[in-house]
Design a protein around this ligand. Structure first.
Ligand SMILES: O=C(O)CCC(=O)C(=O)O
Ligand SMILES: [Fe+2]
Length: 209
């Protein structure tokens, strides 16, 4: 069980925490390599202003069979868990319990950014399937990149949270209601990070018939 002192509280209200060295080495690097090689990565298209655009990254959606997810107008049926992931999920659930946020996670969105140009635009993870005040636990593997946050009502300045290899970011209750986040492309030769894979574990409320 991780001790709460390992956590850095990066923002108080709403709460954002980060914990480094979650899996340890060589586990974290081996997981990065296995996921890169073994996951069936997809590049779906999204419809924007009447035109289809391939997403600027690759992704995969995994979890329990009833954890359907609607995202940007598309229905995602989860793939079965990669064999490494149920153990990681259990570890992250005990991390959340240590923060006083007991949650049963039943799905994960994996994002694969091949280089610094691959990215994710501004959004909140506030789909109805995630329920009221969702908690999102995101494990970062590979190249360190900043996740940028901005306030929906512009009450304060935007800020970066750097996410190193083998770190866990927890976006606590309330984050999705008042903040948006984005993984912006990195410009310039000195800012060319390599492969990064991010796993955002979630609890999806199974759809009622
Ligand atoms: O890659 C990241 O760190 C962000 C991923 C994310 O925001 C998401 O999956 O909703
Ligand atoms: Fe997100």
């Amino acid at each position: 069980m991780p001790s709460p002192s390992c956590w850095q509280l990066l923002l108080d209200d709403p709460p954002l925490w980060r914990r480094d060295g979650v899996l340890g080495e060589p586990t974290a690097t081996r997981l990065l390599q296995r996921l890169d090689a073994e996951v069936s990565w997809q590049r779906p298209t999204l419809r924007l202003y009447g035109r289809e655009h391939p997403i600027p990254r690759r992704q995969a959606w995994m979890g329990e069979p009833d954890a359907h997810y609607r995202y940007s107008g598309r229905d995602f049926i989860p793939q079965p868990w990669h064999p490494e992931l149920p153990g990681i999920k259990a570890e992250i659930e005990s991390c959340l319990a240590a923060l006083g946020l007991p949650r049963a996670l039943n799905s994960v969105l994996l994002n694969r950014y091949g280089d610094g140009q691959e990215r994710m635009g501004w959004h909140s993870d506030d789909e109805p399937e995630l329920g009221e005040a969702p908690v999102i636990a995101a494990l970062s593997l590979g190249a360190e990149r900043p996740l940028r946050f901005r306030w929906k009502d512009r009450r304060g300045p935007a800020f970066n949270l750097w996410l190193p290899h083998d770190s866990l970011l927890v976006m606590g209750p309330g984050c999705q209601a008042v903040l948006q986040h984005a993984l912006l492309p990195r410009q310039g030769r000195i800012h060319q990070p390599g492969l990064r894979i991010n796993l955002t574990f979630r609890h999806i409320q199974p759809r009622r018939p």
